[in-house]
Design a protein around this ligand. Sequence first.
Ligand code: SF4
Length: 247
Amino acid sequence: MELVESFLSIQGEGKYAGRLAVFMRFAGCNFNCVGFGVKQEKNGQKLIGCDTIRAVWTKEFAKEYKNLNAKELFARVLELKQKSNPIVVITGGEPLLHYKKAEFIAFIEALLSENLEVHFESNASIEIDFKQYPIYKKCVFALGVKLENSGVSREKRLNFKALKAFKEHAKDSFYKFVLDAKNLEQEKEEILEIIKETPNEIFCMPMGANFDELASNALSVADFCIKNGFNYTDRLHIRLWNDKEKV
Ligand code: SF4
């Protein structure tokens, strides 16, 4: 399994914001959200995408990844957590690209057998077969369904069957939408369409990969949440550490 990075921090977003968390970031994504407009240069090449370009552009960053098996991944979590009891956040990229892999399942099994809470951060476009892989019923899923502002096509980003499966079978799941203050009305229509089809708890968070971008969207998104009866979630890691990686 290709691990991009791992670290102990706090969960910055969503329903579990503020919780002490070990982050395990795996390489690979089935999208590239150019709409988020984060720019990075690598080996003279200009890349554009989201705030985890290093997990998405796998060819460009391959040399920086660590190839670890289930045992080594589990050992890394134990080393990071020491004697504390954090949640373990499995993120990417899109971590569910790996959900059928034996090494990945063995890693999740090891975490659960240690009574650790396992939380996935997913774009929710991949449907888990919960019947064949019941281990995922014991996990929590933050469903970061992408809206039009991500730049990803509608056919790719909306998988209502997958959303229903998470809601029905996971230990817990909730939506986490990224909103751009410039497009709130259109984004509201998209959110309403999604929850009409597959109801679940909603958390809206402001777009922004650094402190200034976040600050320019946050207040409008908070007002929008209050007006529409949605939950607001900030991005605590950006408030605290700006655009620093591995926090
Ligand atoms: S789905 Fe998530 S990780 Fe993948 S490109 Fe979009 S924002 Fe980045």
